[in-house]
Design a protein around this ligand. Structure first.
Ligand code: TNX
Length: 532
């Protein structure tokens, strides 16, 4: 008996000794995890896999994983006691932090909260190896947590409208990249896209434009003679908020003030300086007609809209725009000029600051914080407002030095509406906004550019922006976003390091792109060829 026992132990030792040591260089994950250690063995994927959840709060995360992993593993594990894949929560970890331990016999994902477990499972998908004989996960130990608390992507649904299902797909895509914030740009010159019960004309009139420019703005004079519209009901908005929240994504809604407001003015002409007539904008660019900053009724309207927005969206932040607001109409408007005298404001810029500060203060009293585009810095915006950069990252450094929190989304790196190669025509790229951002450029985003080390903590994170003037459907959005979002997500998630290695990033990228392919996402091919 003793002999049998001994030989069994010997056999086991031999077997585990034989287990293959994982080649650390074969572990390719984007965004790069904090710490990866290779272990011995492989966890084989087979049809009777079960997942055990040690905390009831993880049911939804497990269900999402099962659905998401089926196209990759070819099997859908069941949730059951005694499973070899174990999900757990350890409140000692930060809420987005996770540990992933893969052994030959088990996989354990432990997160600080559902979010951490979700991220661990996104990583697990990328570890999958299919060597045509079998599908397996190489044994590893991963400890990971994000660099930035704010990791965002903005979608502009004003220029083009995207259905509820499209928005859900968009949320799935950003979730795959460990993004935790969806900035939903809901109002524009070209369309108001959210139901506001107190102001029904915003959607009756403001959600529809008579026709749309065909071709490039500034060059083409052709319109399509086809009405274009769409909006989300409040019920749909709730559904999307819930969908995002199940994926640990917060939605920050944006209501643009005081510019980019033509759709609202077309709906309620008394909100503009001249009183109209206005029409929902049919082409792109910047409108000179903006909300009148002189009339009290403008502020009543904004409070009315924001009251419903605050009620709907649980987010800590509301984005109130602030970009591209020409001042020509304010210069001619008696009410605006009167307001400037009354408030002792010596320029229209300061009138805009008055406008934004007033709305911000009102929101603060209702427990919400304001985010504005970087023009809010031009006046004396209050320190409690968070500045979202778009013109340059240096503006972010200025904001941080001033004491404001900052989200970095400078157009030189984060604008997913720009071309992806330096020779768009030759490479047959579809029409895009004028700039060029290839993968390398997206990856070179430096969130701390010119930010003094003492102010670094004020940089909350980074964001990619999808402006949709030239994107009519989700297929095209995917094409513009993928794979560039992978680069931005690494800047957002992975430890900041001046030596960040682009070549190494590109070597890891295929593990994520395989998933795009398995999910049928329409990613752009440029990053993978010699095309520059
Ligand atoms: C600038 S970024 C805008 C948008 C345009 C975008 C096009 C910002 C706050 N305003 O209205 O869609 O450029 O790239």
């Amino acid at each position: 008996m003793k002999n049998v026992y001994l030989s069994l132990v010997l056999l086991l030792m031999l077997l585990s000794g034989c287990a293959r040591q994982t080649d650390i260089n074969s572990i390719k994950i984007v965004p790069l995890p904090l710490k990866v250690e290779a272990e011995r063995g492989i966890f084989k994927i087979n049809s009777n896999l079960c997942i055990t959840i040690n905390d009831d709060s993880l049911t939804k995360v497990a269900e999402l994983f099962i659905k998401g992993v089926e196209p990759i593993w070819g099997v859908a594990p069941k949730i059951k006691k005694g499973g070899r894949i174990i999900l757990d929560i350890d409140t000692q970890l930060a809420h987005e932090e996770y540990n992933l331990v893969v052994k030959g016999s088990s996989i354990k994902v432990t997160g600080g909260s559902e979010a951490g477990v979700l991220y661990g499972l996104q990583t697990l998908k990328q570890l999958t190896v299919d060597d045509s004989k079998q599908i397996y996960i190489p044994a590893v130990e991963i400890h990971d947590k994000p660099q930035f608390a704010y990791r965002g992507v903005m979608l502009d649904v004003g220029r083009h409208f995207f259905s509820v299902d499209d928005v859900k797909k968009f949320i799935d895509i950003i979730s795959l990249h460990k993004i935790n914030t969806f900035h939903w740009h809901l109002t524009e010159d070209q369309g108001w896209r959210i139901e506001i019960k107190a102001y029904p004309e915003l959607t009756n009139i403001g959600s529809i434009r008579r026709e749309t420019l065909v071709g490039r703005y500034g060059e083409s004079k052709k319109y399509d003679s086809t009405p274009y519209g769409g909006f989300y009901t409040q019920e749909e908005v709730k559904e999307i908020i819930n969908y995002a929240s199940e994926r640990s994504i917060t939605i920050i809604p944006e209501i643009e003030l005081p510019g980019h407001a033509l759709a609202a003015l077309a709906s309620y002409p008394e909100l503009g300086c001249s009183g109209g007539a206005y029409e929902v904008k049919r082409e792109w660019g910047v409108s000179h007609d903006v909300y009148c900053a002189g009339k009290e009724s403008t502020f009543d309207f904004i409070k009315g809209v924001l009251t419903e927005i605050i009620e709907l969206f649980p987010s800590e932040y509301i984005h109130i725009g602030g970009d591209e607001c020409p001042k020509s109409k304010w210069k001619e408007c008696p009410a605006c000029q009167q307001r400037m005298r009354d408030e002792g404001l010596n320029s229209e810029h300061n009138l805009q600051t008055y406008f934004m500060n007033r709305v911000e203060r009102w929101m603060n009293k209702r427990g919400k914080k304001a985010i504005g585009w970087d023009e809010i810095l031009e006046g004396d915006i209050s320190k409690s407002a968070t500045v979202m950069t778009w013109r340059s990252a240096e503006v972010g450094a200025k904001a941080a030095a001033r004491g404001n929190s900052v989200i970095q989304s400078p157009l030189a790196h984060c604008y997913m509406d720009y071309y992806q190669t330096s020779n768009p025509q030759e490479n047959d790229e579809p029409i895009a906004m004028w700039g060029i951002i290839n993968m390398r450029k997206a990856y070179q985003l430096d969130p701390y550019l010119k930010v003094d080390s003492v102010n670094r903590a004020r940089v909350l994170g980074v964001q990619a922006n999808v402006w949709t003037e030239y994107m009519k459907d989700m297929d095209h959005v995917e094409y513009m976003l993928l794979p560039r979002l992978a680069a931005i997500s690494e800047v957002a998630w992975s430890e900041y390091d001046e030596k960040r290695d682009y070549d190494n990033f590109m070597e890891r990228l295929p593990s994520l792109v395989n998933i795009y392919a398995q999910y049928g996402y329409n990613y752009a091919p440029y990053a993978f060829s010699e095309v520059e």
